[in-house]
Design a protein around this ligand. Sequence first.
Ligand code: BGP
Length: 463
Amino acid sequence: MKFPENFAWGAATSGPQSEGRFNKRHRNVFDYWYDTDPQAFYAGVGPDTASNFYNDYQKDLPLMREAGIKNLRTSIQWSRLIDDFETATVDPDGAKFYSDMIDCMIANGITPYINLCHFDMPYELQKKYGGWESKHVTDLFAKFADKAYELYGDRVKHWFTFNEPKVILDGGYLYMFHYPLKVDGPLSVQVAYNIDLASAKAIQKFRARFKGDDHTIGIILNLTPAYARSESEGDQKAAEFANLWCVDLWLDAAIKGVFPEKLTKILAKDGVLWEATDEELALIKENTIDLLGVNYYQPMRVQEPAISPESLQDWMPDIYFDNYEMPGRVMNVDKGWEIYPKAIYDIAINIRDNYGNVPWFVSENGMGVSREERFMDKNGVVQDDYRINFIRNHLKWLHQGIEEGSNCKGYFLWTAIDCWSWMNAYRNRYGLIRDDIHTQKKTLKKSAYWYRKLSDSNELDAD
Ligand code: BGP
């Protein structure tokens, strides 16, 4: 299976998950949370060292290139680059680190894709203003973004405002797996809107700076269609709302610059619709993306809720649907996620048919496995055939979507080097490259050799 010419083969990581906290003068919300409650993190491991990318990037990047990674997405940490958040003056060490690291990527034949928010709200802004609860913070984010464009826009062509904004809501405002650990459905609705507003403001700055040249800006969304348990009316209605809230809300705002009317009607009826001004809505309308990143790991399956939404006191988005565990599903039992490669095709077709076939790429997809030492051969190489199969099965469906006309420009695996992952710390390993977190020794896994072949040939082997 041949992929289109210039198809971008790459991998993704993020600043907080790879760099380590070396020389950081400000904390993001995860740094703060770890400092105050280390036991909340798997095995008590926090972001202090991560995969030591801050110190190791000169060795790590050539290794990534050996693994066939020709494009790398990472993120600039707001809390590392910026010194004064109100005025967006820079921290000299942070600015130099990102500059040198970007130069090193390019010197190693790796194209940088730079994202500006990967869950890492500066703690001071969370404390003082409530982070994304505040519209003032959306202005501060745009200033930070503009500073990043100014510093690195000469070398970085592909920019992204947010990674998985929905997870900021899920983790921080609904299900308590990210700081600030609130459970507040109505507030999560305002946070969703404020993030879309912040993204549009950052895009506005981008357009003012890079007029009509080859720079692109986008957003990275975690998408999966909501699959209904059955054709029954109740299950179908549940899937309709889940799609509106989890998928259309984000895609419509990013690509069409508007919010789905069916959703805003329900939110208004429930008395939880966000506060918005006409001026803000016009700004969102005018500042849509060029390139969409799609993170896909697991499908969403839903069913009619067991309890009628009318009987609940507290508004939460999931009063309208319950998760459905499909009997006989294929699972990655380590991570607890269903494996369903066909969803990537459904996503491709949805973008083609309902979103003007906007250029997009798979910005994350991958398989997290615990205790990978189990699979090491006598030379210490992890024989991760499960990862190769996972990637292959997803690529087959992606290829099908491309054959049918979907405008997909690349595939980025999560991740290059095993990295730190929020509350899960180092529990699940996703890398093509193993990181021994005790010695920081990094070694290619079997999948790295396979991925190199794939990226060099631009062709997927049959089995
Ligand atoms: C995505 C995030 C990544 C990464 C990945 C794997 O949602 O964008 O940052 O963490 O999921 O998740 P985990 O490591 O928790 O299994």
